[in-house]
Design a protein around this ligand. Structure first.
Ligand code: MN
Ligand code: MN
Length: 312
């Protein structure tokens, strides 16, 4: 260790205390919008909570991948958004900024409520889709396939339905993990009814380690080498692990289960990630921020490792 380097530095709120974004291959981008939630608001403060929690990760060297993202990562800080405008205007603003960043960097977006993912998928599909819908891995307690938001056209629980309708993602190559909330069957099983796969939280109870191997094999076989987008709603975790979120659903995944997924699926052809719905006002001991920061860090390390293996 160089003299003068210390473990903790609270004088920056960039992810992992990385530099400001310039020409690094990987970018952290905050999307502080929470205008269309069903229950408790507050996810607009998610990006800063996740960045603050990430400072605990110090040099960021990952024990599985033996790399740190720090030399490859810049923080773009938060998007400037027209928060009081109608959702379509907000979505256009998110898409334009995301497209500009994704054209130059492999991006990880920190939400924000889950409605932001539709804009991020619009940008990702035009950059990475080659005219074809993307594959999608979706961690969530909620299916987010409702066709309307309690009578309004869109909310944070409609983006998967909208993305499938728009052809941004392919149902056959969509995998949902952790689904467990209340809701009508047509929404709950919308993805599997169209050829996709759903691993409900109930079906994953008690599974960890080698018990999850068949899940990973099924996901790898289904997605293959297609460009795939990762969206991680932090409420996929049990509220014991992530109380700081707007619509908590008891009976969720453990942090270990999600980390196993991220580590074991590291070799997929990931094109981007978001981690959404962290609402720090409801958090305790920064549990939720730390969980989200650890998931984002794990994803970044896996991608740095993959690039180094491929010699790019
Ligand atoms: Mn969601
Ligand atoms: Mn959710």
């Amino acid at each position: 260790m160089t003299t003068g380097q210390f473990a903790f530095a609270s004088n920056t709120n960039r992810f992992l205390a990385c530099p400001p974004l310039s020409d690094q291959p990987f970018a952290i981008v905050g999307v502080p919008y929470d205008g269309v939630v069903t229950n408790r608001p507050g996810a607009r403060f998610g990006p800063q909570a996740v960045r603050a929690a990430s400072l605990m990760l110090c040099d960021g060297i990952h024990p599985v991948f033996d790399v740190s993202p720090l030399d490859h990562l810049g923080d773009a800080l938060d998007m400037r958004l027209p928060n009081a405008s109608p959702l379509p205007d907000v979505r256009r603003a998110i898409e334009a900024q995301a497209a500009a960043l994704m054209a130059k960097h492999h991006c990880v977006f920190l939400g924000g409520d889950h409605s932001i993912t539709l804009s991020l998928l619009r940008a990702a599909k035009s950059l990475y889709g080659s005219g074809e819908p993307l594959a999608c891995v979706h961690f969530d307690a909620h299916c987010d396939t409702w066709s309307d938001h309690f009578g309004e056209p869109s909310g944070h629980g409609t983006w998967t339905y909208e993305a499938l309708q728009e052809g941004l993602i392919s149902a056959e190559h969509t995998v949902q993990i952790g689904i467990r909330s209340s809701g009508e069957r047509a929404a709950r099983e919308y993805v599997s009814d169209r050829g996709g796969q759903i691993f409900t939280a109930r079906s994953l109870r008690g599974l960890d380690g080698s018990g999850l191997a068949p899940v990973f094999a099924a996901i790898r076989e289904r997605i293959g080498h297609r460009p795939v987008y990762l969206t991680l709603d932090i409420d996929v975790l049990d509220p014991a692990f992530a109380p700081g979120t707007g619509t908590p659903e008891p009976g969720g995944l453990t942090s270990s289960q999600v980390l196993s997924c991220l580590e074991e699926l590291a070799g997929l052809n990931w094109v981007g990630m978001d981690c959404v719905e962290v609402a720090p006002a409801y958090d305790h001991a920064e549990l939720t921020g730390h969980a989200a920061a650890t998931f984002v860090w794990t994803y970044l390390c896996a991608q740095v490792f993959r690039r180094q293996r491929q010699g790019v």
